[in-house]
Ligand binder design. Structure first.
Ligand code: ACM
Ligand code: ZN
Length: 537
């Protein structure tokens, strides 16, 4: 039998510290795999290496192409992708449906690399792990044409099925290329949901053929307030929207990285841009403006007007075919009831539907939209305010005002995604020394705080099963460039990724800190801007 050294065994010490033993390189993988052994020796990857799909459908091809594309510049040629029997000098890919859908095993040996995964998704995550075994310079296409990959045996699968990142493109618009960059960042972290916040008071960002004024009028604000509602404005219009073709392009780009795009169409609040486009949908009839300042506005969709529902259903009819996602996010947060209290149509609705108050009117609104979506094969997800006034059994709650709403929802049997502002709001400051930071909305969520989130804390075993996973949100009132987006999300996204992926009992912040340094090298090589606080100490 061939002699080899198992230098570091099993999960509790998954990190291998470099030593001068026979050709062992440091292995730092984020999120931390469930099981990792580092074994002496290496596989030599060269232009002659092939990616060989032994079992699996064409669904694995995007994963293979991703890895091949990653290496093309360093090797001078793309890695060839082929189908065939298991062979040497190859990355042999096996899809084995007996494994969990996102699970994978990755074995790197002298003669070959073997990926065995439950589905194409798992294959993609195996390639993302393999990526982190390559030198960071590969990200810049400068790793050279002969790459030693440390021998390892890895078995891995995520703790949660839902691992998300939200980007608000309403407060500031980000063009398609930048959205793709954001999706690339998610892929590196094995995040599998991109929540695209497409509409808000300050802009409507998705083309709807039936309602052209949404983009003609609703996608542009005249000017933007300077700082935090100072009363001083910049005098410069800000706008932008995605055409249907561009939405399809983004959805496909994400799908090629096994990321599902969840569109958010805000209702009944955060509706100023829609109301500016179609004033008859508001309780007062307007006139309304696309907001140029920040906050929560009294002007919301009229819940008593049938036209409101015809409009929203028309919008959703066009959204549904663009997004394969099982979920549509319907917002539901921060809807003041000021106008509804006075509006004759809203009063009449409350009477006719025998509702107790405006909170039940909001619940009526959300449930009606939910029925419409359910009938078209979609599920709704909404911010935790959708609990107020009663919630259907089938809605998923996104808990943002801490974990309280999520805990409440799980206790009554609803599914939950945890995205508490206490841990997962990446628009908040990440340092106490705010004077040294780009201007931000407030708060304090350093990397360590993100890392400390346990999404099932406070729940019993049964309730914990309802926690689908975690997400972090990037609201962009004060964030206008992709470079700033990166600064706010990296490396906090790495901490979030590990919260979502790694079993709680295997997570330790000190251990994470040792590994995240390797990831930062990769950010650097990719040209990503990232917050330096962790790395300056
Ligand atoms: C939110 O932050 N208003 C969901
Ligand atoms: Zn009304």
């Amino acid at each position: 039998m061939k002699k080899f050294y198992v230098l570091f065994l099993l999960a509790m010490n998954g990190l291998f510290i470099a030593s001068c033993d026979a050709g062992v390189q440091e292995v730092t993988i984020v999120p931390r795999p469930v099981k990792l052994q580092v074994v002496a020796g290496h596989f030599l990857l060269t232009p002659a290496t092939v990616i060989n799909v032994v079992t699996g459908t064409d669904e694995v091809l995007p994963a293979c192409r991703f890895f091949s594309g990653l290496l093309t510049r360093s090797l001078g040629v793309p890695l060839e992708i082929q189908k065939g029997k298991e062979r040497k000098r190859a990355i042999n890919v096996f899809v084995d449906g007996s494994l969990g859908e996102e699970a994978y095993a990755l074995t790197v040996q002298k003669r070959s690399v073997k990926i065995k995964a439950g589905s194409a998704r798992g294959v993609f995550y195996a390639f993302q792990t393999l990526r982190q075994l390559l030198p960071a310079s590969v990200e810049a296409g400068k790793a050279g044409a002969s790459l030693e990959i440390q021998n390892v045996v890895i078995e891995d699968q995520p703790r949660f099925a839902y691992r998300g990142m939200m980007l608000d493109v309403a407060r500031h618009f980000f063009p398609v290329e930048e959205v793709k960059t954001y999706i690339d960042m998610l892929a590196l972290h094995k995040i599998n949901r991109f929540h695209w916040h497409l509409t808000d008071d300050q802009g409507w960002r998705v083309e709807i053929k039936k309602f052209p004024r949404l983009t003609e009028v609703g996608s542009v604000r005249d000017e933007t307030v300077i700082g935090k509602n100072t009363g001083n404005y910049d005098g410069t219009p800000h706008g932008g929207f995605y055409t249907r073709e561009q939405v399809k392009e983004v959805v496909q780009y994400a799908a090629d990285r096994y990321i599902t795009v969840i569109p958010e169409i805000e209702l009944p609040g955060h509706a100023s841009a829609a109301l500016a486009s179609y004033p008859s949908l508001g309780c007062t009839g307007g006139p309304y403006k696309v907001a140029g300042s920040w906050g929560v506005f009294d002007e919301v969709f009229c819940a008593g007007n049938e036209e409101t529902f015809a409009f929203l259903e028309g919008v959703l009819e066009e959204i549904i075919p663009l997004f394969p996602s099982e979920y549509v996010h319907i917002g539901g947060d921060e809807c003041p009831k000021t106008r509804w209290k006075k509006c004759p149509k809203c009063r009449a609705r409350i009477r006719e539907e025998k509702l107790a108050d405006e909170h039940e009117l909001q619940s009526y609104f959300v449930k009606r939209i939910e029925r419409f979506l359910n009938a078209r094969g979609k599920k709704i997800i909404g911010w935790d305010e959708i609990l107020e006034g009663g919630i259907s059994k089938t809605a998923t709650v996104m808990s943002w005002r801490g974990t309280k709403g999520g805990i409440e929802a799980a206790r009554i049997g609803n599914q939950v995604v945890m995205t508490p502002n206490s841990h997962a709001y990446f628009d908040y400051y990440q340092s106490r020394d705010t004077k040294q930071e780009p201007f931000a909305i407030g708060g304090f969520v350093p990397v360590e705080k993100v890392y400390s989130l346990d999404p099932t804390e406070g729940l019993n075993e049964q309730e914990a099963l309802l926690i689908q996973g975690v997400q972090a949100n990037l609201w962009t009132e004060y964030i206008a460039t992709i470079s700033h987006v990166q600064y706010m999300t990296l490396p906090r996204m790495a901490a979030l990724a590990e919260v979502g992926w790694t079993p709680q009992e295997q997570r330790a912040y000190d251990d994470f800190l040792k590994r995240v340094t390797g990831l930062a090298e990769r950010y650097k090589a990719l040209g990503y801007n990232f917050a330096p606080h962790l790395f300056n100490q």
